[in-house]
Design a protein around this ligand. Sequence first.
Ligand SMILES: Cc1cc2nc3c(=O)[nH]c(=O)nc-3n(C[C@H](O)[C@H](O)[C@H](O)COP(=O)(O)OP(=O)(O)OC[C@H]3O[C@@H](n4cnc5c(N)ncnc54)[C@H](O)[C@@H]3O)c2cc1C
Length: 480
Amino acid sequence: MTTTAVLGGGISGLSAGYYLLRRFGKPLTIYEASPRVGGWIRTEWHKERGFIFETGPRTIRPKGVAGANTLELVEQLKLPVKPIRSSHVAARNRMLYAKGQVCMLPNSPKGLIATVPPFTKPLYRALLHDLTTGGTVAKNEDESIYSFAERRFGKEIADYAISPMICGICAGDAREISVRFLMDSLFEKEQKYGGVIKGVLYSRLNKNEDKDKDVDRPIDEPSNLYKQAVQEKWAMYSLTDGLEQLPRALRKYLGEHDVNVQLSSRCNNLSFSSDGARLGLRNAELPVSHVVSSLPAYQLAPLVRQQHPSLCAQLLEIPYVDVVVVNLQYNSDQLLKQNGFGLLVPPVENLPVLGVIFDSCCFDMAGNTILTVMMGGKWFEQWFGHQPSQKELRDTAQQHVRKILNIKEEPTFSRVHLLHKCIPQYTVGHKRRVQQIRDYIRNYKLPLSLCGAAYDGVGINDVILSARRQVELLPMPQTH
Ligand SMILES: Cc1cc2nc3c(=O)[nH]c(=O)nc-3n(C[C@H](O)[C@H](O)[C@H](O)COP(=O)(O)OP(=O)(O)OC[C@H]3O[C@@H](n4cnc5c(N)ncnc54)[C@H](O)[C@@H]3O)c2cc1C
């Protein structure tokens, strides 16, 4: 009998389980080290007071192939969604805290010609810069997203648009993160046509150009929920009882279809032979035919160290950062001067805060103001050292909320979470690194597939799609 094991019960491992079940049926087991499923997706319910705290992700984007794929899953699991439409204040208003003030980012074409703080020039000047600057002479394989933005659009855009965006997405330093992480296609166009705008215009004229790209290929007939999201112009969405409903519903679905989800089951070793793999679990060795690992790369690395030290070393080259998440609840809903999704703090401001999310502007929180302060990331150690106390972290968050948002009230309720090594960093060379890791696995014919946030994108949509694509690459068993 052929058996498949999935390592990790976060959203990618559960999704891998779902797609494996759909493609091959049983037998299949998911091994999760902790006593719960969901990994970084975690919702704290305060139903009696009408609000929730999300300690990890809080919204999902419906756009693109990956967005459509998640909506298909959400529809199949019959989960109730809370959409935010593009006309909603949380979709329109995004802010920066820069140069001592909260600045609203331009959200209409008018913003291109006006000078909007913190920028000192109208944004069309950045576009002119790109049009009048030649392309790089030597073809680059990769560079940092900061250096790309600075070359094409100038230093102000790199400092006040790109760097805070990178903080918001992966808590990282734009000077280290690969341009291919978010701007792969713009970078390719610049390399090919000598400019971003030129490249975009040429490829619009030559519509077939992107046709063959795997990432743009629709997976299925769009689900009804995806059609609804397009028709109603959703900018993002969550689930009625918070995002943790998604891993919980997946676990329930898998359980109902006889997939075994074993909690408190840490895999501590992984070895391979010509007829399969062996998982080390507590004191036992379990033979399986194939392993799908959804573990963070640094957690998978020690499992393969003994038999494949070079694979272990390559996995360890993917760095991770620590993020502090502080959830705050205030009894009044009249505290924010400006409504919106929240604000980001550009790293040039040199503050421990990466950003503040205005949760109660996004979703109804029954008359409470709910804020989430994100801190640390790439700069965690610089600000907090090795073992900061909960009090120190809470005080730092509150002090910055007071200063930035001018909120004098004390929160009624708060929670501090230190998320250790929670977000992988796609630093310059990441794409090549992942290719080498997958080449190694292919060359040694290891019965191992890799999915999860370490490889093909760090958002929820990315990791669900990554799980699906890895499962779809597996050969169908031979029937005799
Ligand atoms: C603070 C924060 C905010 C975010 N905000 C958003 C957002 O708003 N929108 C969005 O789309 N994305 C967001 N993300 C990203 C999103 O949360 C992640 O992409 C996603 O949760 C990663 O899921 P995963 O299953 O790949 O990894 P994980 O959640 O890390 O799951 C891995 C699982 O493997 C288990 N495990 C580890 N070692 C072993 C072992 N040896 N044996 C067995 N099991 C093991 C772990 O316990 C864990 O449950 C955010 C992330 C963070 C940290």
